[in-house]
Design a binder for this molecule. Structure first.
Ligand code: ARG
Length: 582
């Protein structure tokens, strides 16, 4: 158990010794530091339970607290608030434990298995800023979960099954009618056919085809027919589809990897549809499907629904399978292959109803049991200055590649260190650009919309990714120079600034718990900034490396090392890489 929770538990027992039972101690970091570092607010509540004066109760508790060697400066303020601070020796002990192993200050959770669905990029369509937040939040939640002792894996769940592919192939057919894929008499091996199409072509073709289909009914109809041909694995069309998926997937992987987003599973919706027959059979055996105007639906309404819940469309009247059904097949597959305790979906807010429908249906069909938790984790939009989703200068869709490049051009200007050569500069600037994007994206509470301000977010000062990287690299460089020969140990510290750092370190478990509970990274993003700023204040006031007092210098270096290691760990949770220099 972390030190802070240990202390909390002990204090709860001390309160008991004083004669009072509390279910949950109300101990928190004090906002009146002049009175103490922590405050206990329980006396007021106890006064009601025990019909006594809060001050009298507080006095009794204080009498017991005073016997504890870890605490000092115990006092009562106002009607019965108890304040106290921590003895330095106790803090040294804490720091020395943390120096050996950061995890003494992280409360690991009981193991459970989680599949996180946070990709959703669509094959043959460029990844755009809408996919950015899923990727950033999902990847960070996965890393946080694994740090906290869960076993979490990510699934890219690529959209490779639906209408867009039919559209793209329809356009390719119009542009290259002589490709053997469209020749039903072709007897050769399709895998040997050279396709004159690159990923750039695909990014041009999809918007074109999509626009055409809106104006040309026949074009749309033909693309629908092609979609069905792909889904029925018709020779030629299906082979072309496979090629396109391959080309596009490679590019999608590259972009995700640039963003430091890694999936353990690279399934597409088409892979999940292999489980459709089994799913369909279960539904039929249990007589769950109902006919409705030629379609097959599942009634998922509940008696206490406040607003009407539309039925889940399982098979459409034209016999094609709905988006909801691909997600049901996916659940069946995940349960079979991974036996997860929970499945989390990090998908934008517009799909909340979709998931509510899917979750209800999956319980009705019985592909998940009551113990399996399905959770939808939504998020707000990243907007431009005009308050609308972030766009390119001329109002087009901002692809992820464009966004990264845009930010990269900005961060390149900030790298002025002359010892960095051009090649290094390229890679460092890229790391800084990703840090800029990710930190800005994870800083607001997940459900909040935010405005992407490129100059502000890439600034070396302020609550930004580059500030955190710069500061953390400086800590590292100090540690390299210090090259400590004696063993690292904190035995002496001086003032308030160091104590502020220690108290922030102590509160780490509370921050991590909060992040896991809210499934939002904002608390962690704020925490790294706070810790870093406090450290920087302390750094500015002291000449650490040239300090004459050996004991003090040693302690400062050790403190630096702890902050450095913790920053590295937390930035890694956010999916941010720290370059060697900048
Ligand atoms: N490909 C979908 C889209 O772009 C997102 C998929 C989200 N995940 C899921 N399991 N449905 O809208």
């Amino acid at each position: 158990m972390s030190i802070i929770k240990d202390l909390e538990k002990d204090i709860q027992n001390i309160v008991k010794k004083a004669g009072y039972e509390v279910n949950k101690l109300s101990m928190e970091p004090s906002n009146r530091r002049d009175l103490g570092e922590y405050q206990l607010n329980d006396a007021m509540q106890l006064a009601k339970t025990y019909h006594d004066n809060p001050r009298t109760i507080a006095e009794k508790i204080v009498r017991e607290l005073s016997k504890d060697k870890r605490l000092e400066n115990i006092n009562i303020a106002g009607p019965g608030f108890i304040n106290f601070s921590l003895q330095l020796d106790y803090c040294y002990d804490f720091l020395n434990k943390m120096e050996k192993d950061l995890f003494v200050n992280i409360d690991k959770k009981e193991k459970k298995k989680i599949v996180i669905d946070y990709g959703g990029a669509n094959v043959a369509k460029a990844l755009h800023v809408g996919h950015l937040r899923s990727a950033n939040i999902g990847e960070a939640l996965k890393r946080l979960s694994n740090t906290m002792g869960y076993e979490a894996i990510g699934d890219a769940h690529l959209g490779d099954f639906g209408r867009p592919l039919g559209l793209v192939i329809k356009e390719i057919k119009d542009e290259y009618p002589n490709l053997p894929y469209f020749d039903s008499n072709y007897k050769g091996d399709y895998s040997e056919v050279k396709l004159p199409i690159t990923n750039e072509d695909l990014e041009r073709i999809y918007p074109l085809a999509s626009n055409k289909s809106k104006e040309d009914e026949q074009y749309l109809e033909e693309s629908r027919t092609i979609t069905t041909k792909i889904q029925q694995k018709e020779r030629g069309y299906y082979d072309l589809w496979k090629k396109i998926v391959e080309i596009s997937k490679e590019d999608i992987k590259k972009t995700y990897s640039k963003l430091i987003v890694n999936f353990e599973i690279w399934n597409g919706e088409s892979d999940e549809m292999e489980y459709f027959d089994e799913l369909y059979k279960i539904c039929q055996d249990k007589k769950i499907l109902q006919n409705s105007e030629g379609a097959q639906i599942i009634d998922i309404s509940k008696e206490d629904d406040k607003s009407p819940m539309p039925p889940l469309l399982f098979i459409k009247s034209n016999n094609s399978v709905s988006y909801e059904t691909t997600d049901l097949a996916t659940i069946l597959e995940r349960v079979k292959n991974y036996k997860p305790d929970e499945i989390w979906y990090v998908v934008d807010a517009r799909q909340e109803l979709h998931f509510e429908q899917v979750f209800r249906a999956s319980k009705i069909i019985g592909i998940v049991d009551d113990n399996t938790k399905l959770e939808y984790i939504g998020f707000g939009t990243m907007n431009g200055q005009d308050g609308k989703p972030f766009k390119t200068r001329d109002g087009g869709i901002m692809t992820l590649k464009n966004l990264i490049e845009l930010v990269n051009n900005e961060t390149k200007k900030k790298i002025t260190n002359e010892s960095i050569n051009e090649e290094e500069k390229e890679s460092i600037s890229n790391d800084v650009a990703i840090a800029t994007i990710k930190y800005a994206d994870l800083l607001p509470f997940r459900n909040t919309d935010y405005v992407f301000e490129i100059e502000k977010f890439s600034d070396l000062e302020g609550k930004t990714g580059p500030y955190l990287l710069y500061s953390t690299i400086r800590m590292k460089s100090l540690l390299n120079k210090a090259n400590l020969k004696t063993s690292k140990k904190v035995t002496k510290l001086l003032g308030e600034k160091e104590k502020d750092i220690i108290l922030t370190l102590l509160n780490l478990p509370l921050t991590l718990d909060k992040a896991l509970e809210t499934k939002s990274l904002n608390e962690i993003a704020e925490y790294i900034f706070k810790l870093t700023s406090l450290y920087n204040k302390f750094y500015a006031e002291n000449r650490i490396l040239t300090e004459k007092d050996e004991q003090l210098r040693n302690s400062w270096i050790t403190l630096t090392e702890i902050v450095y290691k913790l920053n590295s760990l937390l930035l890694d949770i956010l999916g941010i890489t720290i370059p060697n220099k900048m």
